[in-house]
Design a protein around this ligand. Structure first.
Ligand SMILES: [Zn+2]
Length: 441
């Protein structure tokens, strides 16, 4: 018995102007196809969805009727359909928002090359590798590390997706590797909560902080650019596409957002590695059970929290992407023989972790003081302790709870620093190369 590890490896492509033009064309066609599909699907309201076969038939017909749709290779078109259907499935399963139209300016272009056998990946020299892209031909990419299934590396590449971001076209290789089951590793158990005041609150008080993803100057600049874009958008001629000036503004905005995202990825990778190395069992709230109730207006648990935070500009500055943190943690734990245990998180913020008494009055800002038993601690630690207890109850390791709980509450009280600001990130601290690793487009 072994497990299959799936990872994505992102590499930067080096394209000639002709190759870039060809890929751009494919990217535009893929986006247009997505929008056609979306229009066709949502046209009749929610009453009757077309079947997979009808949709497939419609795509074939559209490729005959609309000449530029044929720019997109057939396999890539099939993949657009699959991705689109999966987007609906993710929505119905409660993991994601429903699919939307992809705008011409702001959406990211991508083209799939799903057949691994046609990629013919080869290493050229120390710095460059080469692959075949459908209708584009042989294309070079930066060899920034070994790839599973290429040369003597174990594993295999199962497909590729080409993605254009602010830095140009990249290739994301999907890979699969057989891993023997790691020895189960006994280690301390910990509960994790995405805190209200702390990005990641741990039940033993070992909280994980980070500063804002953008420095004050960068945030100011982003705000200025957002306003400028709004102004340029209003000033455009009615019915006309975005002006070149507006596109340039959007491009500058995208670059700043991408910078914030790289720093977030970097923090997520470092933090999850630290946690996975330290603990054997990590209990966290099950996002699949709560994502439906979580919106910009907050959650059932914390109504109205983060309203500003999730709106517009602030999303780029403070976005936590908690789901990705949990995903990373899950695979890093599995690699080390640890375990991730999801629990439903309803009510963890108002319940006292020491006596179980539930009273909204117990929580005041960052402080939790139980109105029944008098337990005092950080509100986020209290929630994390409740999550840990819920996990241990499921896991049958309840023996650990009491001791750990007491220990945690005392350490927390002594390390109680209300309003202590997190250290802002210095320039150049993010390592984009590392952050890119393992990110699926
Ligand atoms: Zn209590």
């Amino acid at each position: 018995m072994g497990m299959k590890a799936h990872r994505s490896y992102v590499r930067r492509l080096s394209l000639s102007p002709e190759q870039t033009a060809e890929l751009d064309q494919q990217g535009h066609a893929a986006r247009a196809l997505w929008n056609l599909l979306h229009e066709w699907w949502t046209w009749g309201g929610c009453t009757r969805r077309p079947t997979m076969r009808q949709t497939d038939e419609a795509i074939r017909q559209a490729r005959k009727d609309i000449p530029w749709l044929a720019d997109l290779p057939a396999q890539a078109a099939q993949q657009v359909l699959k991705t689109y259907l999966r987007a609906w499935k993710n929505f119905f399963d409660g993991h994601a928002r429903p699919p939307e139209f992809k705008g011409r300016v702001r959406s990211r272009m991508s083209v799939d090359n799903p057949q691994a056998s046609k990629l013919r990946i080869r290493r050229l020299n120390r710095r460059w590798g080469e692959l075949t892209v459908i209708k584009v031909g042989r294309v070079r990419f930066r060899w920034s590390g070994s790839l599973p299934g290429v040369g003597r590396e174990p594993g295999r590449i199962t497909g590729a997706r080409l993605v254009k971001d602010t830095l140009g076209w990249h290739v994301a290789f999907r890979t699969e590797q057989d891993r023997p089951d790691p020895e189960p590793r006994p280690g301390p158990a910990v509960g994790i909560d995405r805190g209200i005041h702390v990005p990641l609150a741990l039940s033993d008080g070992n909280d994980q902080h980070h500063g804002p993803w953008l420095r004050a100057k960068e945030a100011e600049r982003l705000l200025r650019l957002e306003r400028k874009a709004a102004r340029q958008w209003r000033a455009r001629m009615r019915g006309q596409p975005a002006s070149n000036r507006l596109r340039r503004t959007y491009d500058q905005i995208a670059k700043l957002r991408a910078r914030a995202k790289r720093r977030r990825y970097d923090w997520q990778h470092k933090t999850t590695t630290t946690i996975a190395a330290k603990y054997g069992l990590v209990v966290a709230e099950n996002l699949r059970l709560t994502s439906m109730t979580r919106s910009a207006k907050g959650t059932v648990d914390y109504p109205g929290k983060n309203v500003r935070r999730k709106s517009g500009l602030n999303r780029a500055l403070l976005g936590e992407a908690h789901g990705r943190t949990i995903e990373l943690l899950e695979y890093k734990l599995a690699e080390r023989g640890g375990q991730m245990l999801p629990v439903p998180a309803a009510g963890t913020s108002q319940k006292c972790s020491a006596c179980g008494h539930r009273d909204p009055v117990s929580r005041a800002g960052i402080k939790f003081s139980c109105t029944s038993c008098g337990w005092v601690g950080h509100a986020d630690t209290n929630a994390a302790l409740n999550i840990l207890a819920a996990g241990l109850a499921v896991n049958g390791r309840g023996v650990d709870t009491v001791g750990r709980r007491r220990e945690a509450s005392t350490t927390r009280r002594s390390a109680y620093h209300p309003g202590k600001p997190a250290r802002p990130r210095a320039a150049g601290e993010a390592t984009p190369a590392l952050a890119r690793e393992g990110s699926e487009a």
